[in-house]
Design a protein around this ligand. Structure first.
Ligand SMILES: CC(C)(COP(=O)(O)OP(=O)(O)OC[C@H]1O[C@@H](n2cnc3c(N)ncnc32)[C@H](O)[C@@H]1OP(=O)(O)O)[C@@H](O)C(=O)NCCC(=O)NCCS
Length: 158
């Protein structure tokens, strides 16, 4: 993700359908801040949210790994957003599984996903990645969130 991706990220994060479980869609300026946050994550961690393209090289969304703090606990979260016209094709699941394996290869032993309590499509992705609902909490001020998680076994060295 670079500054050159601002138009596509504005469409993605500005989509009312993609952002229906968030407070509101993001503005272009907020999409620009999102890109800056991703670039800072790449610089600090070596990873972050990445752009997703399909087999025809069409932009379809984003998926990746970011450190998130909930209830004073900081975990690596896999996150995903897919454009409405590309949803339901297994793309988020495929990308999230690739992220899980990337995390495992980096020695990460715990992966989470913080999911709004009514966001069934996202919960299904988490389930297919291998996560289970660990606990429920409130993302301030008042968003009911499920913390989905899984333990990652060490990467095979063979
Ligand atoms: C969550 C999201 C990324 C999933 O992307 P996707 O590429 O469509 O996901 P997949 O095709 O890999 O799998 C989606 C699963 O959700 C299911 N699903 C889709 N819409 C659903 C609905 N309205 N109700 C119940 N299940 C639904 C699909 O059937 C599929 O499960 P299945 O394999 O058991 O059939 C996409 O819906 C999205 O971008 N949503 C808005 C942003 C968002 O909420 N991101 C997650 C924040 S925690």
């Amino acid at each position: 993700m670079t500054n050159a991706d601002l138009d596509e990220m504005t469409v993605l994060l500005g989509s009312p359908q993609v952002m229906r479980y968030y407070a509101r869609p993001k503005t272009r300026a907020e999409a620009a801040s999102w890109i800056e946050w991703s670039k800072a994550n790449y610089a600090r961690d070596g990873y972050g949210l990445w752009l997703l393209h399909d087999e025809h090289d069409r932009f379809v969304g984003e998926c990746g790994l970011t450190w998130q703090t909930m209830d004073d606990i900081t975990d690596l979260e896999v996150g995903y957003h897919v454009l409405p016209q590309f949803q339901g094709r297994g793309l988020a699941t495929e990308a999230a599984i690739a992220c899980r394996e990337f995390a495992r290869s980096r020695g990460v032993t715990r992966l989470t996903s913080n999911i709004f309590h009514r966001n069934r499509p996202s919960q299904r992705v988490a389930e297919k990645v291998g996560m289970q609902l660990e606990r429920e909490t409130i993302d301030p001020p008042d968003r009911p969130i499920g913390i989905w998680s899984m333990t990652l076994s060490r990467a095979s060295t063979s």
